[in-house]
Ligand binder design. Structure first.
Ligand SMILES: Nc1ccn([C@@H]2O[C@H](COP(=O)(O)OP(=O)(O)OP(=O)(O)O)[C@@H](O)[C@H]2O)c(=O)n1
Ligand SMILES: C[C@](O)(CO)[C@H](O)COP(=O)(O)O
Length: 232
């Protein structure tokens, strides 16, 4: 019996509209290197990860420079120029493109290139927690703020009960065959777990960390810099 392997798949085909700027967000330099490079190095440094697939747009003009940078430990990385119009389609296109290398029972860890603060300890924690799980799961953090729903005039509609509410992070880790089927069948979802839930399954929540936040808005770059320089 062969043991399941663990593959990383990095959707990195966005344009970073909310952060602005001329450079796609995943290539913005933070603490001396591009966000995507931080992510690729984390998975390269994670012993359990057999190989990493990074999904970029067909016209991406940055990835070749990233892959050319030393140290040359990019042997375990394959660039897939199959990015789609949505994150969901970029991930699904990547799964299809990688089908020769990944078995249905192998695990796929999908991680946003926009979360450069991920570290190998969090990846190992996710793998160790889920490796015998029937479904898979995701890193997430419990909501600690009181949540308000806004009405059309910009005022509070109501307060949303925050008990049992968690903010999803990535990686989100599922068996290749299940994940591919779920994403093929799902209507528009903003994360892999949503597609799995649509099958009637319940992904497991694994506590992540604030350092693994998604760089989305301009002010997020400075915070990511602090984390990646070890200043917080
Ligand atoms: N069509 C898309 C859209 C997003 N992503 C990736 O999905 C991750 C999370 O998406 P997000 O933070 O929304 O990035 P962008 O879509 O680039 O940002 P924005 O929504 O502000 O344009 C990012 O690594 C992004 O590159 C992708 O691969 N393909
Ligand atoms: C996958 C994700 O990071 C989980 O919180 C989030 O859904 C991505 O959303 P985005 O709008 O594509 O950044």
């Amino acid at each position: 019996m062969t043991l399941p392997r663990y593959f990383a798949l990095i959707p990195a085909a966005g344009i970073g509209a909310r952060i602005g700027g001329s450079t796609p967000k995943q290539y913005v330099s933070i603490a001396g290197k591009a966000m995507l490079r931080h992510v690729l190095d984390t998975f390269s440094d994670t012993v359990a990860i057999s190989h990493t697939f990074v999904v970029v747009s067909a016209e991406d003009g940055y990835i070749n420079d990233i892959m050319a940078e030393p140290p040359d430990h990019h042997a375990g990385i394959t660039v897939l120029r199959v990015g789609g119009p949505t994150r969901q389609l970029s991930v699904l296109n990547g799964l299809h493109a990688a089908r020769e290398w990944i078995g249905d029972d192998d695990w796929v860890l999908v991680h946003d290139a926009a979360r450069p603060g991920l570290n190998d300890s969090l990846v190992d924690k996710l793998i160790q927690t889920l490796k015998d799980d029937e479904v898979g799961g995701l890193l997430a953090v419990p909501v600690v703020d009181t949540l308000k729903r806004m009405d059309e005039s910009g005022r509070v509609e109501n307060t949303v009960a925050r008990e049992h509410l968690w903010a999803a992070q990535t990686p989100q880790m599922f068996p290749y065959g299940l994940l591919k089927k779920a994403l093929e069948q799902a209507a528009a979802v903003t994360d892999e777990a949503g597609a799995i839930e649509a099958l009637g399954l319940k992904p497991k929540l694994v506590t992540g960390h604030a350092c693994n936040f998604k760089v989305t808005l301009p002010e997020d770059v400075a915070l990511a810099e602090l984390y990646l320089k070890g200043l917080v």
